[in-house]
Design a protein around this ligand. Structure first.
Ligand code: GLC
Length: 435
């Protein structure tokens, strides 16, 4: 199997931002953004004891929510390792908790049938070998030191060694999300990119590595997948003029790392709509949760996962294995497509009838996916306003977040928009398809 296939079919993953920053509970940037006395933040290592950590429970919630993979923060910018690093004492196994959270997580998620990915930060704010204008020293005091050659070498060696340990001691790793996207980031050669990547692919030949080793993407090597953030791009992502694999990562509320009091959870419809929007442009969504300092998902996040689970049970086929459609969606809708099935995701309850462009003589049957009820095609009324092969349908009782399953009368190859636009042109196009 092509190494990309699982990723394209999966469409939906779980991002986890978890570290000692869950204790102050102000998000994962607190070390840089807030005032800390020297050694105070690092001292949290003596407090971290997430006794409620139950990765099997997390995996089950994620699986039921329709997520097919997980990406876990093995180290964030604060430098704290959530795995049993051989190269630093600033790590999970030196907390009162004492266990390797990364190993527990990989075991539990694999057992639940999910793929496993690691997030690893390129910057390490505790290391003198890296600093830029987003480092704590600059944010807090406006200072920016230049690492000595020796500090730089030590920093790059630590990054390499950490990643090598993660690539060799935790079984098959499906994704690597190297992070930091900022125009202030050091030039990508700073991370000794090619040597790092050669090592990664040597140990994990089928791994997919993301694009964040470079800020601008067009003048550098290709990456396996590209990672926009907290948005649905308006088109299938392209790099160097070619379509690429991509995944948007997004928060469920307003923080990645746990933030006490942030109850601003996006409504279910926003999550579904975001997910369908990504799939409709051939992309994935990596939806984030920041577990708390005891090892629990915040209640708001669990609620959303359970809602997603209900939705997925009825509508998941419109997401998994689905992708872009070349048909033009109607007002208020998003299309995903799988072979000869079009899935119309409704972003809001329809005003009444829905007018489907281009589909007049192409549809065998339409149902409301959640209960398989028939959605009638209205041919006896309202037809005088239809243009260019439009089809009028009546989805009675449809709500925001509902999906209409449209069975096409055959599997149309991706139509060319221009040809599909006008009736005459459409006929020409159709006869081409049939020939
Ligand atoms: C943002 C945040 C970072 C987070 C990342 C996830 O860049 O600054 O902390 O890990 O998003 O993509």
């Amino acid at each position: 199997m092509d190494k990309n296939t699982w990723f394209v079919k999966a469409r939906f993953g779980l991002f986890l931002h978890w570290g000692i920053y869950a204790i102050p509970a102000k998000g994962e940037w607190t070390y840089a953004n807030d005032k800390w006395k020297p050694g105070e933040y690092e001292g949290l290592i003596n407090e971290f004891n997430p006794v409620n950590y139950d990765p099997a429970l997390w995996a089950e919630l994620a699986r039921k929510g329709g997520m097919k993979y997980v990406v876990f923060t093995t180290r964030h910018h604060d430098g704290f390792c959530m795995f049993d690093s051989h190269y630093t004492d600033y790590k999970i196994t030196n907390t009162p908790y004492g266990k390797d959270t990364t190993r527990m997580l990989t075991d539990a998620f694999r057992a639940a049938g999910l793929r496993v990915g690691f997030y690893h930060s390129l910057p390490d704010w505790t290391h003198p070998g890296y600093a830029d204008q987003e480092s704590p020293e600059y944010i807090q005091r406006g200072e920016l030191h230049t690492p000595t050659a020796e500090q730089y070498r030590a920093y790059v060696a630590l990054l390499y060694n950490h990643v090598e340990q993660l690539m060799t001691e935790y079984g098959k790793i499906d994704l690597l999300f190297l992070d930091y996207t900022s125009k202030y980031k050091a030039a990508e050669d700073y991370f000794d990119r090619e040597r790092l990547l050669a090592m990664i692919y040597k140990h994990q030949p089928k791994i997919l590595v993301n694009d964040r080793l470079a800020y601008y993407k067009d003048n550098v090597r290709d990456f396996d997948y590209y990672t926009p953030e907290i948005c649905v791009p308006n088109q299938q992502q392209q790099v160097k003029g070619r379509p690429v694999l991509w995944e948007t990562c997004a928060t469920m509320n307003d923080h990645w790392g746990y933030c006490r009091g942030d109850e601003n959870y996006k409504p279910l419809e926003a999550l579904i709509c975001g997910l369908a929007g990504c799939v409709s442009r051939n992309g994935n969504l990596l939806l984030n949760i920041g577990p708390d300092e005891t090892g629990r998902f915040p209640a708001g996040a669990t609620t959303r996962l359970k809602e997603l689970s209900k939705w997925m049970k009825l509508n998941g086929e419109s997401i998994h294995g689905a992708g872009k459609s070349e048909f033009q969606p109607p007002h208020g809708g998003i299309y995903t497509q799988k072979k000869n099935y079009l899935y119309l995701h409704l972003m809001q309850p329809p005003l009444g009838d829905i007018i489907l462009p281009q589909l007049f003589d192409k549809v065998e049957k339409i149902t409301l996916l959640r209960d398989a009820s028939d959605v009638p095609m209205i041919t006896y009324w309202g037809g005088e306003l239809l243009k260019n092969g439009e089809l009028r349908i009546r989805p009675v009782g449809a709500k925001a977040g509902d999906v209409l399953k449209i069975k096409l009368n055959h599997w149309y190859p991706a139509p060319n928009r221009d040809l599909a636009e006008g009736f005459t042109k459409r006929k020409i196009w159709q006869s081409k398809c049939n020939s």
